[in-house]
Design a protein. Sequence first.
Length: 138
Amino acid sequence: MTVSFSESEWAAIEAVAARAVMAPGAWVAVSAGRAAELSAPVEGSGVRVSAGAAGAWMQRLMGLRAELMEDRRVLRNVGGNLNDIARVANTDGVLESVTGQVVAMVARAVERIDRTVAEVDQQVCEAMPQARRSRSRR
């Protein structure tokens, strides 16, 4: 099977795949698989949900996952900065002037993570009643 993309489509795929820490081809495969699973309307709580609506919901969740992955990357970098500061402080007992900047970076990252987790919680809460109702009908 051969799949073709325009240069702009491929650039978008590469960007999204990088945020998801995936190879572009793997991201395309996973996305195509998810799209195939959503090709028919989904039954839930007695209401048919279109594949488009389900796809939009998945897109939001994938976007939130990408945000969390980026925040994870930032926090790993900040951890390295904190280790450097601790090493210097343990050597000469003096805190570097960048300590305040690192603490501010951590605070901003935690705020972003809190917002993203709240959004994920909201998405899951909206989906859970439908999932419970559809499971109880089996």
